[in-house]
Design a protein around this ligand. Structure first.
Ligand code: PNS
Length: 165
C-alpha cells in the first residue's frame, strides 16, 4: 500500500474582514499545501467590527472556489489549534518590513511552544502591500472607494455596516 502524507497548513488571523491581500496569500498557500485550514480568531478581546459568525461566513464565501481549503474558527493558543488540525505549518503573510518584528516575535514564541511546527512567511503581491483590514475599514467608514481591495460581498457588507453606524 502506498501511503501519502497529507501536508496541512493553517492560516490564522482576525479576518475583520478578509481582504484581497489575505486572499493573495491564501491562493499561494493553497498551491503549496494539500489542505489549508483558514482559522478565524474568535477572541472577543480584540473588539472586532464584525462578529465571529460574519467573519467566518465572509471568509468562507471568499475561498469557495478552492477545493482544498476549509474555514473554521479558533480560540486559545494557535499552536493548540494547529495540533487539533494536524497542521505542520503556520502560514503568515508579510507585506512590508514593518510586519517583520511582530511576526518574528510570534513565530519564535510559537516555535518555543511547539518546536516541530514551522511558520512559513509568504510575501503578498506588491499591489496589496498597503492593504490591511484596519485601513480598509477606515476608508469604508469615511465613504471612500474600496473596490478591488476586498471581494465584492465584503465590500457590500462593509458599506452596510457603516451605513448602520
Ligand atoms: O490577523 P491578525 O490579527 O494579525 O492575527 C493574529 C493571530 C490570530 C495570528 C494571533 O493573534 C494569534 O495567533 N492568536 C492566538 C493566541 C496565541 O496563540 N498567542 C500566542 C502567539 S505568539
Amino acid at each position: 500500500m502506498v501511503y501519502r502524507r497529507v501536508l496541512t497548513a493553517i492560516y490564522p488571523g482576525s479576518f475583520d474582514p478578509i481582504t484581497n491581500g489575505h486572499l493573495d496569500v491564501i491562493g499561494r498557500a493553497a498551491r503549496l499545501a494539500d489542505r489549508l485550514v483558514v482559522g478565524v480568531l474568535s477572541n472577543a478581546n480584540k473588539n472586532p467590527t464584525f462578529p465571529l459568525e460574519e467573519r467566518v461566513e465572509m471568509t468562507r464565501e471568499a475561498v469557495r472556489k478552492y477545493p482544498n481549503i476549509e474555514v473554521t474558527h479558533f480560540d486559545g493558543l494557535l499552536v493548540e489549534f494547529a495540533e487539533r488540525e494536524k497542521a505542520k505549518i503556520i502560514v503568515r503573510g508579510i507585506r512590508a518590513i514593518s510586519d517583520y518584528e511582530f511576526e518574528l516575535q510570534m513565530a519564535l514564541m510559537n516555535r518555543r511552544l511547539r518546536p516541530d511546527l514551522e511558520t512559513v512567511f509568504l510575501m503578498a503581491s506588491e499591489q496589496y502591500s498597503f492593504v490591511s483590514s484596519r485601513i480598509i475599514k477606515e476608508v469604508a467608514r469615511l465613504g471612500g472607494e474600496i473596490g478591488g481591495l476586498v471581494p465584492p460581498h465584503v465590500e457590500a457588507r462593509l458599506k452596510a455596516q457603516f451605513q448602520r453606524s
